[in-house]
Design a protein around this ligand. Structure first.
Ligand SMILES: [Zn+2]
Length: 492
């Protein structure tokens, strides 16, 4: 029996048409954010400082002296044996081939507290080690709770505000979260308990978060400073992550998140408010599926005067992404900043981002990267410390961090200039000596350009000269996109 008649199909394009039909006057020209930057050029105003941490993946089994060149998926654990060759032995502060030992993360927290002195810590998840074939649900829960404790031990007695959200490694099995039923995740229940205990989220915010793993909160700092009509929106990117196969159980708006986000932004617009977004998987990246991210992009277009920027992680690489208006692909309306991973996995120097932002309009003014140089620490214990790596404005000689400047002064130049492309690419790994970049050919530069400028997966594929459903280059990704591009609802 053909049941097709019982279902209604919803296209992302139809959603975009609907949401974009009543764009208000201030954003008709798609230049709101660029103009905001221009209007602040050269002015000295009050700033806020965020330390953005992502992807710690702390390995509590990490053992000094264990084999760092084992044949398993994750090395540096006692089961891997203890080789006599010095270059195979896991070192005290970490190895490029393993996940992060706890003490390097603790040292980072101390450095953030003593040297960076931020107002806010944004922590965008992926806390469990990459031991996905043998870990247990309890170990995954403990990973987030242990890091919560480490952050609390360091910052409870300070005025630092903490804003957390989970990643794909914070569920079990890894990458899988069932969004078909609200209030059904033991993981969300556990994280809710520990973040409520920490005082990071209120009862009201916890009640929303426990349902489907996202929340929104007014930006009030621990020291009492309150920013009028300013909200932090923490999204759950499991609704779009291409390895979350359980998303197939929710064929229409997984976790009802797009509907929720639209309502949040609409409410903020009515209040003349503003927001920044935090999340794990960058919605502009090709690991976030088209059906969701195209709708997300339509919302970012419709509310481009509300959403100031996004902070994401997941790639372990330090990156920047810009996106355009849906109907005017030459007009850049927004951007997201990806903090590099705190873990070394894979072949990375651990890092975090320091974001300086304008306090009134919540736009980022500069981003500095701080890192831990693993190979330097291996050679000399005196080098076992966190330090400043680079500064975006200086490294790329930027006018500012507006979408237009990032596009024309990083993306376009990286496409043309091999030396600059090599620099951008080396910074992606936080200048890891395990990832020395000797060349960046035409294909390499095109890839960097597409990563910097595409707003969602189909755009990225087109930018790379590939079809929307790219089964050839990435079969699994092609299939998940094919299955989730259209949303489906049973007719009433
Ligand atoms: Zn991740």
């Amino acid at each position: 029996m053909c049941k097709q008649g019982n279902y209604k199909y919803y296209h992302a394009e139809a959603y975009a048409n609907e949401i974009l039909k009543d764009k208000p006057e201030p954003i008709k020209n798609n230049d709101y954010l660029n103009n905001l930057y221009a209007s602040l050029q050269g002015q000295k105003r009050k700033t806020l400082k965020i330390a953005h941490i992502s992807d710690p993946h702390i390995d509590y089994r990490y053992t000094v002296g264990a084999d760092q060149k084992c044949n398993n998926y994750l090395c540096c654990q006692p089961d891997d044996g203890f080789p006599s060759e010095l270059d195979r032995q896991a070192k005290p502060w970490g190895s490029y081939l393993c996940d992060l030992p706890p003490q390097t993360f603790k040292l980072m927290l101390e450095y953030i507290k003593n040297e960076i002195k931020p107002d806010i810590i944004v922590w965008t998840g992926d806390n469990a080690a990459h031991q996905i074939w043998s870990n247990t649900p309890q170990e995954v829960i403990d990973s987030t709770n242990n890091i919560t404790k480490m952050i609390r031990d360091e910052f409870d007695q300070t005025q630092v505000t903490v804003l957390p959200i989970n990643g794909n490694h914070d569920y079990w099995p890894a990458n899988n979260q069932d969004l078909s039923t609200a209030n059904s995740s033991i993981f969300l229940e556990e994280f809710s308990k520990s973040w409520k205990d920490a005082g990071w989220l209120t009862d009201e915010e916890i009640a929303v978060f426990t349902q489907q793993g996202y929340y929104s909160k007014p930006l009030t700092l621990k020291d009492g400073r309150h920013f009028n009509q300013t909200r932090v929106i923490a999204i759950n990117t499991m609704s779009c992550y291409f390895y979350n196969f359980l998303v197939l159980k929710s064929r229409y708006d997984p976790g009802e998140q797009i509907e929720w986000l639209e309502a949040e932004l609409k409410e903020l617009e009515a209040l003349n408010g503003q927001a920044f977004i935090i999340g794990h998987v960058p919605p502009m990246h090709y690991e976030c599926m088209h059906g969701w991210s195209y709708r997300f992009k339509a919302l970012m277009d419709r509310y481009q005067h509300i959403v100031r920027f996004g902070m994401y992680g997941h790639q372990h690489h330090e990156m920047i992404q810009t996106y355009t208006s849906v109907r005017n692909p030459n007009q850049r309306i927004g951007m997201g900043f990806l903090a590099g991973s705190a873990t070394t996995y894979y072949k990375m120097n651990p890092s975090f981002n320091e974001i300086e932002m304008n306090e009134e309009f919540m736009i980022p003014l500069n981003i500095k990267t701080h890192f831990f140089n693993i190979s330097a620490a291996e050679q000399d214990q005196n080098n076992a410390k966190w330090s400043y790596l680079h500064d975006y404005l200086e490294t790329f000689n930027l006018t500012d961090l507006s979408p237009d400047a990032i596009f024309s002064e990083i993306a376009v130049k990286v496409r043309q200039d091999e030396e600059l492309a090599k620099k951008y690419k080396w910074n992606k790994s936080k200048q890891s000596s395990a990832k020395t970049i000797n060349t960046c050919n035409d294909y390499c530069r095109q890839t960097l350009f597409c990563e910097l400028s595409a707003g969602e997966i189909f755009e990225f594929n087109q930018c790379m000269g590939n079809p929307d459903f790219d089964f050839v280059n990435d079969f699994a990704n092609g299939v998940t996109n094919f299955l989730t591009s259209e949303w489906v609802k049973r007719k009433d």
